[in-house]
Write a new protein. Structure first.
Length: 83
C-alpha cells in the first residue's frame, strides 16, 4: 500500500513538472504570480519572498519553453552562452 502511494506521488510530481515545463510562457508567468500571491495570503511567506517566488517560477528553462529570446525559427540564430 505504501509503495503505491509513493509511486502515485512520484507520477503526480512528474506530471506537474512536465505541465509546468511545457506551459506557454505567458501562462507560466500568470500561474506563478497567482501561486505566489496565494502563498502570501495563506501566511506562508511575506511580500518580498512572494515576489522572489513569482520571479523564480516564471523563468523559462531554456530552449523548448518558448518566450521572447527570438532564437526559434531563425536559421542564422546563434546559441546563447553564459559565462
Amino acid at each position: 500500500m505504501t509503495q503505491n502511494i509513493v509511486v502515485a506521488l512520484i507520477v503526480a510530481f512528474a506530471a506537474l513538472y512536465a505541465t509546468w515545463r511545457w506551459m506557454p510562457a505567458g501562462w507560466r508567468r500568470s500561474a506563478a504570480q497567482k501561486l505566489a500571491s496565494g502563498t502570501q495570503r495563506a501566511g506562508l511567506v511575506d511580500q518580498a519572498r512572494a515576489d522572489q517566488l513569482a520571479a523564480s517560477l516564471a523563468k523559462s528553462s531554456g530552449c523548448g519553453a518558448c518566450d521572447t529570446c527570438g532564437a526559434c525559427g531563425k536559421a542564422d540564430a546563434k546559441p546563447l552562452t553564459t559565462h
